[in-house]
Design a protein around this ligand. Sequence first.
Ligand code: SF4
Ligand code: SF4
Length: 496
Amino acid sequence: MSSPSVIESPEEVLSTMDKSGKRKWVYPTPAFGVLWRARLLVGWALIALFVALPWIQINAKPAVFLDVARREFTFFGLTLHPTDTIILMVFLLTILVTVFFFTALFGRVWCGWGCPQTVYLEFVYRPVERLIEGKENKRRRRDAGPWTVDKIWRKSVKLTIFTVISLFLAHTFVAYFAGWHNLLEWMGNSPAESPGYFLLMAGTTALVLFDFGYFREQMCTITCPYARFQSVLLDENSLIVSYDPGRGEQRGTARDRRQAEKKLQEDHDKGPIDLDKLEAGSTSIFGDCVDCGACVRTCPVGIDIREGLQMECVSCTQCIDACNDIMDAVGTPRGLIRYTSERAIDDKPTKVARPRTIAYGIILLALSSVLVGLIANRGPLEVDASRASGTTYRVTGDDEVANRMRFRLRNRTAESVDVRLKMTSPEGAEIRIIGEQVQALAPGEIQRFEAWIVVPASEMPPGGTDSTFEISVNDEVWKAIDFRLLGPVQRTTSSE
Ligand code: SF4
Ligand code: SF4
């Protein structure tokens, strides 16, 4: 007796896999309805934005520039540094809570309308594939068949075009981190001169090509953490793409309906109809679903929305468009599959304001206010002032007490700024910069220097004193900073 090579799994498996775990390739038939056209517009607007942002210059920097090498992160003219940890943290938290808030309200609208995985796959790669390899049935038959000349040239042309598109996307993506000015320079060099660039581009292009050419919906169903998140973010009031079983069931094809009508007629001809039998479905009372399968054929993740909300559903609305076309054809109202909520499907009112949306809304408002406040009060300079390491104080021959301080200034603005430092207390204190005087700081520039803070011994109480220095930016006092100066415990000469 031979044992089975694969143990049959009693559990459900992903729609795009068989029970042995082998990939089932999906050939979705596009449904070019109203929602598809709207998504196409949004998708191309997002693609244009993605391509344009690294080229648009604001304050002489790309609109979005994540310069990891210099540890500078620029967003529309605002450059953040690693020392802006709190702003970066609040910014990331704001994004996270925004995702929570909008998912609780609108379900996976991001997946269907904005996610690059959906946008590039549905509006760039799949149209190219259809153009070169033809419609779904043809592609399915050709893929299942042997390697012919026709199959080889079509696959080769498709792969070439996919590679060119992937190269462009990979460059655009890397431009967010390296800037186009650097990319163009590296592109002009030979691989031997810029091996890092060529390796990076080859790797990124290969990943993009693999994702959109092969991995596709597996990214959403297997890899993406957001798909897993949704079960805790959604509730019965969230907007989802849903089939209306109350209206659609019992499903029946045109043939089923004709047969049922015929049987009903025959029953009628035999005598009065038994209503109990009728209600039990002996002659079948059909809903609006004509069981045509159009919603399943169009689904890019290969699920049947009529089985209820499933983790794989990316809310792409293709099944809505497909079903609306069928409803038009059979003369029944649109919306058998529609954007709705589970409560609305159960004929209950959908609540927009509910504990989780109110809580997310309040947190989002608070975080946004904090973020705006932090950015508004960020100031033009980043200043670190500390005692030079290993020093205390020195008493000079001129009867002065000197403390050696270390300064680090960074210009946070997009323009050059003039910086001046001046002691305001104690009386008679002076700041004497060691080496070059502080110059104008270029945008983003950092200057490090040390200085003696000199106080007349007569103004220095035993043990030390509090002091203050003022920083002026472009001749306007910007900030006063306090620190402790050390001095002799008794008025005697001492040294560091
Ligand atoms: S079930 Fe409908 S909305 Fe969900 S992924 Fe499939 S086609 Fe898109
Ligand atoms: S497209 Fe509409 S009518 Fe056709 S099977 Fe799907 S739900 Fe039923």
